[in-house]
Ligand binder design. Sequence first.
Ligand code: 2IT
Length: 446
Amino acid sequence: MNAYVASVIDYVKQAHGNEPEFVQTVEEVLSSVSPIMDAHPEYEKVDLLKRMVEPERMFTFRVCWMDDKGEYHTNRGWRCQFNGAIGPYKGGLRFQKNVYEGIIKFLGFEQTFKNSLTGLPMGGAKGGSDFDPAGKSDAEVMRFCQSFMTALYRYIGPDIDVPAGDMGVGGREIGYLYGQYRRLKGVWENGVLTGKGMTYGGSLIRPEATGYGAVYYLQEVLKHENDTIEGKRIAISGYGNVAWGIMRKATELGAKVTYFSGPDGYIYDPDGVDIKKVMDIKQKRRARISVYADEVPGSEYHEGRKGIWTLKCDIAMPCASQNEMDADDVQHLIDNGCMAVFEGANMPLTPEAIEKVLGNGLLYSPGKASNAGGVATSGLEMSQNSIRMSWSFDEVDEKLHGIMKNIFKACYDASVECGQPGNLMLGANVAGCLKVADAMMAQGVV
Ligand code: 2IT
């Protein structure tokens, strides 16, 4: 490994040893770009990587709110504006009990390179709270979102920083957040958030865009292998918007999704997943997935979320959470003849799992490439808000499709340039990183 890259990784390990997820992503990305550093000593000369691993700024704030019983709660909120070299900061908000600085920083770092890969002018950011949305009423969620935005509104804006959803933040939360932003600012600046409802400036396809994009990306990879998605059996972990976007598009294109999972178990439905039912359970009723088996005749619920990787599938798409798939899971997949692992979530594979996938010649794509369709469509939502127009379903879909094709081409070309054709992890990290690096170089030491 290049000595400069090794020294920056060591520095991050020392300075951020208590943030393992952040250390993990930095190590992955920087190891990939090591050959680039050999070829470009000018980056080392200005200590570029040290600046790249340091967020431009990060806010921590108090979010206090009252529950329906009149009791008071105080949560912690964060926004990390990681890198603004190529555009306004952009990235989602995650509301989940286990959120802390390390999670927000890992997501912000990944987002920087993902956004770069989309080809759209968006810098990298992420935010969120350790608020646990489980079991909260609409009124509680509204009061929490209003309090969150009251702390955040002065630091964001359509040309400054544009949050969106991530885990625990969907259309309902974005609505409450925008309402409070508008009340506080007294202006119509709907480009400040993406993932909005259609009645106030949302974009068609945004809710399903991450899943659609992942399937478009998968199609490109398979086409390159002279293969097709038709008839493929796909296993998906998770049942959020990424998962149901994949279910819908993959099914439309002739693949078969017969199982999906939640935090405590998985569903097997031999007839192919009833997507409407999945959305109804997750979005409207916010219920556990076992309800699916209670209501869909012929389907089964099995305890244990890991079980999903022990089943036969051609393509595994982890869409739940970071580090959800380890080397043992990959071994089960390989034993069952699985040919590809495509990440729908951010960093769902442990480093050992990635090593096993690559070592056994499976096709593999990191989330920053295969799940970039979500933020890409957020970028399209920002464009529509700027020109005060709405594009049709077909217009947005066509643009999204084009972006995913370009991402594959950028990743593949970079893998060839690095002498490892088809290593899309390397390609994604190199292609994503180079654009940001060159923009930072052009703008001087800031
Ligand atoms: O991980 C992601 O790319 C997102 N949560 C979407 C971010 C966005 O700004 O649409």
